[in-house]
Design a protein around this ligand. Sequence first.
Ligand code: DOR
Ligand code: ZN
Length: 353
Amino acid sequence: MNIDPELGKITLRQPDDWHLHLRDGELMKHVLPATASIFRRAIVMPNLNPPIASIQAANEYRKRILSSIPKGVSFTPLMTAYLTDNSSSAVLEKGYREGVFVAAKLYPANSTTNSEEGVSDLRNIDSVFETMERIGMPLLIHGEVTDTEIDIFDREAAFIERCLVPLLVSFPELKVVLEHITTEDAVQFVKQSSSKIAATITAHHLHINRNAMFNGGLRSDFYCLPVAKREHHRLALRKAATSGLPCFFLGTDSAPHERRMKESSCGCAGIFSAPFAIQSYAEVFDQEGALDRLESFSSEFGAIFYGMPLNQSSITLIKKPHLVPDVYPLKSESNFLVPFHAGETLNWTVSEQ
Ligand code: DOR
Ligand code: ZN
């Protein structure tokens, strides 16, 4: 990594996105370039409808992604298996050993977008966890309970206490990534856990607290799951991301939903951060006086956790203010995405050379 404070220029190892929603079909074709032009690899979430739960479905989805990568761009999608109550240990083991699945994703049933077929009780798939622990296959977790009596802002903390702690008592060698953490509780938990436990942190949870959803009116653009929490949680996440601890690494959770799906009587959860993600993280690391730790967070710790080689290519960021557009166009004018930071000025730009 090379930082030139005089010129406001940083060259860093090319980053990877360890948590991404690429969707499928036309939408995927539109959003994929935003990620593939910056990130070398990405862990692709399997919550399509129907979910990616078989080796064949993952192989076909990967082919569709590969055929949509813009010419001249090197990008590797890393596929994941969607866990259901009926997941088969044999299929997961085969898919992992064949290099089709890099990890498996646990969505508690009805916790978020397309999670209806997720796991209704973790005990239903004990044999799957046993297999994953044995073969070293990482378990990626959407860590929220879904019980309606638990306040939505407490669902992550409740998941850690009620589900994750017992799971790790039963399977102490299981490799786990607690995805898109949003609370001080999760930061503390991951920090005091073994090196088998890590967490991804999104750019949006480093920038916004829960007020963003209610700022002068109802703002669905800032609605995601897990929802942003109180300010002290955001500050704990910023400290964790910039700490230099290898258990925290980059995962954008960029989750595009067309405008009409966000602005409806029941708007979808998700923030589309892919187009300005690395710039958004750079802003945070700059504000925290930790630019020298941006590279390890965005380009090294994730690969090390997953046991993958570090990227040899690099990207350059320049301190040059630019306005984030209000709209990320899709095929028709009436149908578009709103990128995270829309209408705001960000201070870091990706150099074209
Ligand atoms: O905000 C979110 N959007 N959180 C998730 O867990 C899923 C994602 C999506 O797929 O839209
Ligand atoms: Zn996600």
